[in-house]
Design a protein around this ligand. Structure first.
Ligand SMILES: [Fe+2]
Ligand SMILES: [Fe+2]
Length: 242
């Protein structure tokens, strides 16, 4: 396995590793700035690969923030490896994530972020949004880089295979198709439909992202608000009445 690195927005580097066993990409996003911010740790067993990708952009011992959406192997599994490597690094996640999981499981406690809190990391501003159960997990949250309007959207818009780093094509239909396909297998029901789902996606759409940085599949450049509203409609149709 090899990490492919590409800059998908100003200073936002997508570190993508295609895992042949899973048949999907695992994408991390490194925001290169005064306080470098890495979104998703990657899996613990993929650490060397992710590390190689980070090294292509900056000295990994400089990492200051390790953000992730929810407590899960691909989101946060390699956290201790990064904390051991980068002496100033801190995990940054939701209050729930910190208190319920990370502060016990990780070597150092996390920065527990409140909904709407901003980490100013230099010329980029990372706004944390608490999004319980979107894409999944009580502790879920997302980061929005508000200077250039890039939404780091974790498992939303999931797409399998090894597609290009950045696309301006529709990403909603491939996500809908992947959801339908996934519903037939043992990893079905990854996105729950809760009383918060639609309101959360409408709130994300109101941010009007220009770039959607997805963890599995191509990132998207274009009308992010429209894509999020269309995804909300797909979830309502596919899951809302289930
Ligand atoms: Fe996940
Ligand atoms: Fe994921």
């Amino acid at each position: 396995m090899k990490a492919n690195v590409s800059e998908i927005a100003r200073g936002v580097h997508r570190i993508s590793t295609f895992h042949p066993d899973f048949g999907i990409q695992f994408n991390q996003f490194l925001i290169a700035d005064d306080e470098p911010f890495l979104m998703h740790t990657g899996m613990r067993r993929m650490f060397e690969c992710t590390l190689d990708g980070v090294r292509q952009v900056l000295d990994p011992t400089r990492l200051r923030w390790i953000g992730f959406s929810h407590f899960e192997a691909d989101e946060s599994g390699a956290l201790d490896r990064w904390l051991a490597l980068a002496p100033r690094a801190e995990a940054a996640c939701s209050f729930v994530g910190a208190v319920v999981s990370v502060n016990d499981t990780a070597e150092r406690p996390a920065r527990a972020l409140a909904d709407g809190e901003v980490l100013a990391i230099g010329t980029h501003r990372m706004r944390f949004l608490a999004t319980p159960h979107v894409p999944h997990g009580w502790d879920a949250g997302l980061f929005f880089e508000e200077t250039d309007r890039t939404l780091l959207c974790s498992d939303l818009f999931f797409r399998g295979g090894d597609p290009p780093a950045l696309s301006e094509d529709d990403i909603v239909a491939p996500a809908r198709d992947a959801m339908r396909e996934g519903a037939k297998g043992p990893l079905a029901n990854d996105i729950p439909y809760t009383p918060y789902t639609d309101a959360t996606l409408q709130r994300l759409a109101a941010l009007e992202p220009r770039t959607l940085a997805t963890m599995h599949g191509s990132s998207y450049r274009g009308d992010g608000a429209r894509a999020l509203r269309e995804l909300a409609a797909v979830l309502r149709t596919e899951l809302g009445n289930a």
